[in-house]
Ligand binder design. Structure first.
Ligand SMILES: [Zn+2]
Length: 378
């Protein structure tokens, strides 16, 4: 919920004081606001409806990075004028998605948790964070275990759970279900026994505007969602799966899914040394209909060859960086360039304002560069 600043504003409008700006402000008030928060290659996306209802997806990293990442998420929460979080989706229990939860929950009230159910990966920092969540946090709030086909209630939005706990919707989401021309030759691979494949994945519609957020979903889930018919449908914005990683360590961003989405924009939630891998960037760049790719960070993985213009990058490394021009080593987490540390302290987010007619604007808060993607006729 948002602090009640609109009441004071209405009073001023009623008094005629601000009538000249009322129309512009009214239009801005209609926007769904989205913050894609830099948590150094983790998950952190905040959605705020025009009436101030909020959904956060994932909480960044834990351990030594918990204060940094929860601080960056809190900065977005404050920027949005929120007093509490109405909903939190924990896509899965890896440390870069649930790690920052305990630190965040100390700073803001979270009313409703949504997750995929039981943790299937019993080791690592994510497993510890999951145990803490189960014992300390979930009992003090509402908890929903999401199943494919479920909807998440938020005023003005349609949110469908397309994937959860390794299961995929078996009937197409509204408007979807067409034969997918990109499926040929793409077969399932060995099952993913990690938490990635358990990710809660959603489609969010705000009027004509659509967005895909599938967490760290991996190959088999992607193929099942997209083939032989595209059960997910299309999405104006694709938050690239698994921080835009593809291979060999992380099998995400299979072409049938990414191409089938026909997205106008793909966003890579990569860190400096995680994600935006060459093989994933190739898929994003070659996806039909993609107009732009935005990155949360410059990436040593995409190098100079497979990155985007700086205007589209929210965070850069301000120092000497050994950047391979055309990286050939895709192994995660050790690209061929010598490591540089992630940056500490505050970071820039990508801000998205989306309108019901399908128009959306993305703003890079580092340099102020903004681009509006006007609604296209159907
Ligand atoms: Zn991740």
């Amino acid at each position: 919920m948002r602090a009640n600043i609109s009441v004071a504003f209405s009073v001023l409008v009623a008094a005629g004081v601000l009538s000249g700006t009322a129309n512009a402000q009214g239009a801005a008030d209609e926007a769904l606001e989205i913050y894609i928060i830099d948590v150094e290659g983790g998950g952190g996306a905040l959605f705020v409806t025009p009436n101030g209802e909020s959904l956060l997806v994932d909480t960044g990293n834990g351990g030594d990075n918990a204060a940094r990442d929860s601080g960056r998420i809190m900065a977005a929460i404050r920027d949005a004028g929120l007093e509490r979080l109405d909903h939190l989706i924990i896509t899965h229990y890896h440390g870069d998605h649930i790690g920052g939860l305990a630190a965040l929950a100390e700073q803001v009230q979270i009313d409703h948790y949504i997750d995929h159910g039981e943790n299937i990966q019993q080791t690592g920092s994510g497993a510890q964070a999951y145990e803490h969540y189960l014992a300390e946090l979930a009992p003090r709030a509402r908890r929903t275990i999401a199943r494919p086909g479920d909807t998440i209630d938020m005023t003005g939005l349609n949110i469908w759970v397309a994937a959860s706990a390794g299961d995929i919707i078996d009937t197409a989401l509204p408007g979807a279900g067409q034969a997918n021309p990109y499926c040929e030759g793409y077969d399932p691979i060995a099952p993913d026994t990690s938490e990635n494949g358990q990710s809660v994945g959603i489609r969010m519609d705000y009027g004509e505007f659509t967005l895909a957020h599938l967490g760290d979903l991996t190959w088999n889930g992607e193929i099942e969602l997209a083939c032989p018919t595209n059960k997910f449908g299309t999405a104006d914005i694709y938050l690239a799966n698994h921080h835009a990683q593809r291979r060999p360590a992380a099998m995400s961003n299979a072409e049938p899914l990414v191409y089938g989405l026909q997205s106008r924009v793909a966003i890579s939630t990569n860190g400096i040394r995680k994600g935006a891998q060459v093989e994933a960037m190739k898929v994003l760049f070659s996806a039909p209909g993609v107009e732009d790719i935005w990155q949360l960070h410059f990436s040593q993985f995409s190098g100079q060859e497979y990155t985007v213009p700086g205007a589209f990058i929210a965070n850069r490394f301000e120092g000497e960086m050994d950047v391979p021009i055309a990286p050939t080593d895709y192994q995660s987490p050790e690209p061929s360039a010598p490591p540089i540390p992630p940056h500490e302290g505050p970071a820039n987010w990508l801000k998205i304002d989306a309108w019901r007619d399908g128009t959306f604007t993305i703003t890079n808060t580092r340099n102020g560069f903004a681009k509006t993607y006007h609604a296209q006729p159907n």
